[in-house]
Each structure stands twice: as structure tokens, then as C-alpha cells.
Design a protein around this ligand. Sequence first.
Ligand code: TRP
Length: 333
Amino acid sequence: MDTVLTGIKPTGTPHIGNYVGAIKPAVAASTNSQVHSYFFLADYHAIGGDADAVARTTLEIAASWLALGLDPNKVVFYRQSDVPEILELAWILHSVTGKGLLNRGHAYKAAVAENEATPGRDPDQAIMMNLYSYPVLMAADILMFKATKVPVGRDQKQHVEMARDIAQRFNHNFGETFVLPEPVIGEHIATLPGLDGRKMSKSYGNVIPLFADEKALRKVVMKIKTNSLEPGVPKDTSDSALFEIYRAFASDAEVAAVRERYAAGIGWGEMKQVLFERINVELAPARAEYERLMAAPGEVERLLKAGADKARALSKPFLAEIRSRVGIRPLAG
Ligand code: TRP
């Protein structure tokens, strides 16, 4: 039986790109009773910047996943920082992680490259050890729960491969302990264009927030970039952000109908209204639950703590075994 595990870093309010690309498929997959699923908020991966933003987005993301149907009775849903064994394991894994391996980390390398491209800067300027060691903490997240499959975005594939390398090295040195994980990249999963037509991303500031209220949602949909063709002029679906986003929400039949309306020259204002309504219909029920949970943070806190209890039932005995393997042992008894 597979164990599927994935972490969500609480940076940034969830947007519809996260929903289509990650939350919706993950929630659907989590109903499969043939797998063990672990979902967690990777809050230790998020620290270093605005502290209030980490706390706020942790709640927003937990509330979003729950509102969208993640069932904490079917999956283990927890917050990384509620499972202290993960941090202890991360330190232990540092002892089998080559510095050379981390030198190849793409996020670290990109930060160095940016410094090197800036005259007068030290290559390591403002680079913190938590960026450098990020893959080791991620390995601890994954190896602690013996995950076999790790669904991630393409940018995280290297980190899962590093977790595998680290596990192999540990097993070689200290005996068979860890299961080797495999990354699962959602190749077929849509990446949505944002308001300006580039990939929807917090860093471009072009996102459609997942749970904006109806008024705000309409307003932001109206901002999606189009060309300047007039109503009545046939339009091309292939370079239309409106169409791409619509397609991510709609059924095949709905998409076919909208294709015809493009050919018949639907006006952009009208298409924006169509898109707004389609997104709104899908998200309105979850939005009400999201708002309820955001107003009841104690309930979310309790659910996460209960999830951490389930996670720790595994992590505590496993860490005891790992400590013993590396020589951290009681001196007697
Ligand atoms: N690094 C991942 C991201 O930025 C989040 C993450 C942390 C994660 N730990 C993980 C994902 C373990 C999968 C498994 O998206």
C-alpha cells in the first residue's frame, strides 16, 4: 500500500492556481482508501520573513483545504511544527548529507547566481542556512512517515530526489531504516495563466484569490487581460487567458459550448461574466465553509492538533529507533 505525503508551505493566500493545480487533485486523491495520505502545513519551511504572515497563511491554508473537502478522518492532516520529531530527524540527517549535495540545490544556487550577477556583492550575501538546508528538513518530513509517493510541483522534484539520496546513505551507514520515496509530478495538471497572461503566481502579483468574496471575485475577473477585438468579431481560444481559466473549471461540454461562442464573436465583457459565474458556482459552497472556519480558528487548531497526535503515534517510536541506530541510546535499562 502506498503512502502519499505532501507538504504545503504557508506563504501567500491560496489562489485559484493552487486550487486547480494542487488542492483539487490532492483532495480528490485523498478519498482513495487504497493509500495512506499525509498532508501537512510546512510552517518551519516558511519562517524567516514576516512572522504574522506565516501565522495568518497557516490558518488560511488549513481552512482552505478543509473547506474544499479534505477529510481529517481519512487523512493525517497536521502542522509540521506540531511534530517535533521531524526537527530532530532533520539534524540527524545532516550527518549523512554531503555539503556537495546541498551545493547543487536549485534554490540555493539561484540565490548565489543572483548575488554573483550583482557587482560588489558577496556570493552568499543574505543567504541563510535554512535556505541551504531546506532539502534536509524536507527529507525529514518525507522519510519520517515512510512516504513512497510525494506529489510535488516540478520545482520540488530535485528535493524529493535528494531525500532519496539521503535515505540511501543513511540505510547504507546504519542499516535498512528508511523507505525510498519517489516524486510524483502532475504532468497533466493545468498551470493557470494569471491576470496578465503570465503563469498565475504570487510573485507576479497576478493571482485570483481562491476565496475572495463575490464582489471582489467579479472585480478581479474583470481585470483579466484580453486583446482589443470588438464583440461580434470571431475570437481565438488559443491565446486567451479567460478561456484557459474557464477550461480548468468547466466540463468538456461547457468548454465546447464556450468554444462556439468564441467563434461566434462573444464580447470580452460577456466572457468575463461567464467565467466569473463558473468560478463562483464552484467555489461558493466552500467559501461559506472557509469563512466559517476563518472565524473559528480554535476549531482549526483542534483539528491540526488531533492530526499531529496521529502523526506522532508513528514519529515517536520511529525516532526512538533512529536515535538508537545512530548511537543516541539510554546508558542503562
Ligand atoms: N518545499 C515544498 C514547497 O515549497 C513544501 C514541502 C515541505 C514539501 N516539505 C515537503 C512537499 C515534503 C512535499 C514533501 O512546495
